[in-house]
Design a protein around this ligand. Structure first.
Ligand code: NDP
Ligand code: MG
Length: 381
């Protein structure tokens, strides 16, 4: 029986992780459940899974959970996330919180040598050099949950990294893939939230529409697979059937295919190197597709992807600024305080005006993250 600490249980990945666990009650149990403030979702989960530890984002949610469940071990905030992730009982940490708030818990779990199923890509974008150095130092496995990275991880099974010629990350194109830049001027929040292939949390759905999600994924791939940016390519593939590919030096290409269902990569991150049945997920029936489409990514049309490549290549504290500015801008777009295209211009302005430092420490990153969010707010005012 593997004991799981699940951070971000009330989110899209969190709920799907619990779905996977429901199918394998002999294999997995929930040791810790962490969420932010959605007690309406969290309370039934706590009743169903009876985790030994609960972590909430604030005092109000703690009180609501305590009243509803009588739970006696409810922790709060960052210290709570760290404690839940590193408890001696935990075998696997599933980090599925949204945003760089997930970083400290990941770092502590690495030190505690827990297997980490990492969905929280912002952690790798904002502090990839620290996370990966620590993972190597403590010999802690980071198993990707993001579907593209899980695809690459699976394609690399049994291969030597020096034989890899390039990674090819596929992109569905998000909600606005068929719109011109002019048509993007007046788009609304509800249009951006309407993703054609995947059902996900609000922030990542906006990131998919702006293509920043693909940019974050390029940086995530750079760190997870220790791959130079020149060897990471992005390919537009609207059907989301091929989740990503690896080309080897003999020009052989391995692809991973499947229905667009996050339960597949979530479960693989929990069971790797084993596989288990996943019966309520659709099989991929290729005959249902008369064709699969591929096209080159237009970096002028999708400026956020270019900004991410540039920030990744520049390195130092630039990816931290990219991520923090984007998190702040997306939050403001969701609150209808800025327009869709302002997301990219705010990120670009933040990057241009930042004096990058090389090799930022954890405290530098936390400081730059805070400062960048404030700066974006000031730009808007
Ligand atoms: P959601 O917005 O659906 O969920 C985010 C979760 O994080 C919620 O449970 C939320 O709690 C919790 N949370 C937010 N802030 C805090 C905090 N300060 N303390 C504790 N918990 C907090 O996001 P997704 O599930 O869509 O995405 C999660 C991560 O996975 C992101 O990094 C995303 O990029 C990545 N990812 C997601 C995919 C998907 O299909 N959804 C695919 C690939 C990657 P609450 O709501 O209770 O406040
Ligand atoms: Mg993805």
């Amino acid at each position: 029986m593997k004991k799981i600490a699940l951070l971000g249980a009330t989110g899209s990945i969190g709920e799907q992780t619990l779905d996977v666990m429901r199918q394998h009650t002999e294999e997995f149990s929930l040791f810790a459940l962490a969420f932010g403030s959605n007690t309406e979702k969290a309370i039934p989960m706590i009743r169903e899974f009876e985790p030994a530890v609960v972590v909430t984002g604030n005092e109000k949610s703690r009180e609501e959970v305590r009243k509803a469940t009588n739970h006696s071990n409810i922790l709060i905030g960052e210290e709570g996330l760290k404690a839940a992730s590193t408890a001696s009982e935990v075998d696997v940490l599933v980090n599925a919180v949204m945003g760089s708030v997930g970083l400290p818990a990941t770092l502590e779990a690495i030190k505690a040598r827990k297997r980490i199923a990492i969905a929280n890509k912002e952690t790798l974008v904002t502090a990839g050099h620290i996370v990966m150095a620590e993972a190597e130092k403590y010999n802690t496995p980071l198993i990707p949950v993001d579907s593209e990275h899980s695809a690459i991880f699976q394609a690399l099974n049994g291969e030597r990294m020096e034989d890899v010629r390039r990674l090819i990350i596929t992109a569905s194109g998000g909600s606005f893939r068929d719109k011109t830049r002019e048509q993007l001027q007046g788009v609304k929040v509800k249009d951006a939230l309407n993703h054609p292939n995947w059902s996900m949390g609000a922030k990542i759905t906006i990131d998919s529409a702006s293509m920043m999600n693909k940019g974050l994924e390029v940086i995530e791939a750079h760190w997870l697979f220790n791959m130079p940016y020149e060897k990471i390519h992005v390919l537009l593939h609207r059907e989301s059937v091929i989740h990503s590919l690896v080309e080897f030096k003999d020009r052989s290409v391995m692809a991973q295919l499947g229905s667009p269902d996050m339960k597949v990569p979530i479960q693989y991150a929990l069971t790797y190197p084993d596989r288990m049945d996943l019966s309520n997920t659709d099989s991929l029936e290729l005959e249902e597709f008369s064709q699969l489409n591929f096209s080159k990514m237009d970096l002028d049309r999708f400026r956020c992807l270019k900004l991410a490549f540039d920030a990744g290549k520049a390195g130092g504290s630039m990816p931290t600024v990219l991520n923090a500015a984007n998190e702040q801008a997306v939050a403001m777009f969701l609150e209808e305080k800025i327009s869709f295209l302002e997301i990219e211009s705010l990120v670009e302005k933040s990057l241009t005006e930042h004096n990058s430092i090389s090799e930022p420490s954890l405290s530098d990153i936390i400081e730059i993250d805070k400062e960048t969010r404030k700066r974006v707010e000031r730009y808007v005012k």
